[in-house]
Design a binder for this molecule. Structure first.
Ligand code: AMP
Ligand code: MG
Length: 409
C-alpha cells in the first residue's frame, strides 16, 4: 500500500500531453492552450471616446469661465463605426458617441451632461483638460504583449479578450477520450425498478456528470457482471476506443473482484494497487503502453474521491494543463474530529464562507464510503492527513470543494 502523495505522483507526475489541434475560438472554452498567445495589435485599436459628448481641443477651452464661456462651432459628428475624417481645427467641436474615434486635432471630450449646445455652437463653461474622457489606443492591451501562456485552461474571460483581438483559430491540446464501464452483477440502470438483491448503478451517472462538467468526452460502455469472460471482453472494447479507461467496482480482495485478472489477460501492467486512503483504499492504476486504466472501488464515495484526486488531475495533465493538481483550500474545522483511522481521510463536509469572509468546514455527521445521502448533503471533502489524531474545532485543515465557490455561500 502506498501513500496518497506517492500514488498521485505516479499517476500524473510524468505525463506527456496529447497532441494538439486547431479549434475555433468559441469551441476552445475548457481546452488548454498549446501556444503562448501574444496581442497582434493594440486594444483599443484607436483613440476613442469614453463618453457621449463633444470632441474638442483642450487648448481652446482654457480661457472658459462660467461667466465668459468659450464658444466652439459644431462642425460634424464622429459616430461609433463611422468616424469624422477631417482634422479638427481650432475653434471647432464635434458631436461624438461612446466608442467613436477621436479625430486628429481633438484631444478631449466634454460629456453631454456637462455641455450646452445651441444653434450649432457649443458653450464651454470651464477648461477641459487634455485627454479627458479619451480611451487611448493600447490602453487595455499593447501590441506584442503576452496575453496567455501555453498551459492555460481557457475560460470565458480569456475568450472575451481573444475575441476582441480576432485570435481564432487557436492551437489547443486535444481532449482525452475516456471509456467508462461499471462492474457488478448487482447493478441495475438508474431507471429500472428495484428487484431482489439488486441496487441501482449510481457510479456511472456521477462519473459521466463529472466528465461532462470537465468537458471530457466519455463513452459509457454500460454495466458488466462479475464474470471474467464478459469483463475481459468489455475491457478489450474499452481499450480499443479510448486512451483513459475508468472502471468502478471489482478491484477489492473478494473472489468476485475480477478487474485485476481481466487487465492481466489484456497485457496491462499494474502501476499500483491500494492507497493509504479512506475511502478508496483498493484503487488500482494500470497502464498499457500510453493508455491508463483507473480501477476505482465500487463504493460511490470512493468513486468521487478517485475522480477528484486521481482521474481529474491525470486528464488535466494529458491536456497539457500547467496546474493539474486538485485545488485544496485552507479552512477552519467547525466541529472537532477525533480521527481513529490511520489512513489519510476524505470526509464529506460542508464548506462555508463565514460572515467575516473566512472559510469553515464541518464534516457531515454520518461518514461512510457508501453513504450517498451524506455526499448529497456535502459540498466538499475535508482532508485529514494519515495518522490518528485529535483535530479541535478551529484547527486549520484542507478542503476540496466539489463545485465553484458559489455553493459555499
Ligand atoms: P466492489 O468494489 O465491487 O466490491 O463494490 C463495493 C460496493 O459498492 C458494493 O456495495 C457495491 O454494491 C457497490 N457498488 C458497486 N458498483 C456500484 C455502482 N455502480 N453504483 C452504486 N454502488 C455500487
Ligand atoms: Mg463488485
Amino acid at each position: 500500500m502506498i501513500c496518497l502523495e506517492e500514488a498521485q505522483r505516479q499517476v500524473w507526475g510524468s505525463v506527456a500531453p496529447l497532441d494538439t489541434e486547431q479549434v475555433d475560438l468559441i469551441e476552445s472554452v475548457g481546452c488548454v492552450l498549446a501556444e503562448t498567445v501574444r496581442a497582434p495589435h493594440d486594444l483599443p485599436p484607436f483613440d476613442n471616446s469614453a463618453m457621449d459628448g463633444y470632441a474638442l481641443r483642450a487648448e481652446d477651452t482654457q480661457p472658459a469661465t462660467p461667466d465668459a464661456p468659450v464658444r466652439l462651432r459644431i462642425v460634424g459628428e464622429s459616430a461609433a463605426g463611422k468616424g469624422y475624417r477631417a482634422p479638427l481645427r481650432s475653434g471647432e467641436a464635434l458631436v461624438i458617441s461612446t466608442g467613436a474615434p477621436i479625430p486628429a486635432g481633438a484631444d478631449a471630450v466634454l460629456p453631454l451632461e456637462q455641455a450646452q449646445a445651441q444653434d450649432g455652437a457649443l458653450a464651454v463653461h470651464a477648461p477641459v483638460s487634455a485627454g479627458a474622457h479619451i480611451r487611448p489606443k493600447g490602453l487595455d492591451v499593447q501590441a506584442g504583449a503576452t496575453l496567455l501562456e501555453a498551459g492555460t485552461r481557457l475560460e470565458w474571460r480569456h475568450i472575451g479578450l481573444l475575441a476582441a483581438l480576432g485570435l481564432t483559430p487557436l492551437r489547443v491540446y486535444r481532449r482525452p477520450r475516456v471509456a467508462l464501464l461499471v462492474t457488478g452483477s448487482e447493478l441495475l440502470p438508474y431507471n429500472a425498478p428495484l428487484r431482489d438483491d439488486a441496487i441501482r448503478d449510481s457510479n456511472s451517472v456521477m462519473a459521466r456528470l463529472w466528465l461532462q462538467a470537465w468537458g471530457v468526452p466519455c463513452a459509457f460502455l454500460g454495466v458488466v457482471p462479475d464474470e471474467l469472460p464478459a469483463l475481459t471482453a468489455r475491457l478489450e472494447q474499452a481499450l480499443g476506443e479510448a486512451e483513459v479507461i475508468l472502471l468502478t467496482g471489482g478491484v477489492s480482495v473478494g473472489g468476485r473482484d475480477l478487474v485485476k485478472p481481466a487487465l492481466q489477460t489484456l497485457g496491462a501492467e499494474t502501476v499500483f494497487w491500494r492507497v493509504n486512503l479512506k475511502p478508496g483504499k483498493p484503487i488500482l492504476f494500470a497502464r498499457r503502453d500510453r493508455q491508463a486504466i483507473f480501477g476505482l472501488p465500487g463504493n460511490p464515495l470512493a468513486v468521487a474521491v478517485g475522480l477528484m484526486l486521481f482521474v481529474r488531475p491525470y486528464l488535466a495533465a494529458l491536456e497539457g494543463d500547467a496546474r493539474p493538481e486538485p485545488r485544496f483550500l485552507t479552512a477552519r474545522l467547525k466541529t472537532p474530529v477525533h480521527k481513529k483511522e490511520s489512513r489519510a481521510e476524505l470526509m464529506t463536509a460542508r464548506l462555508c464562507i463565514e460572515a467575516d469572509g473566512s472559510l469553515s468546514v464541518a464534516p457531515t455527521p454520518a461518514q461512510g464510503s457508501s453513504l450517498l445521502g451524506s455526499l448529497a448533503r456535502a459540498n466538499a471533502f475535508c482532508y485529514l492527513p494519515a495518522g490518528e489524531g485529535e483535530f479541535p474545532a478551529g484547527a486549520r485543515v484542507q478542503a476540496l470543494p466539489f463545485a465553484p465557490m458559489e455553493s459555499c455561500l
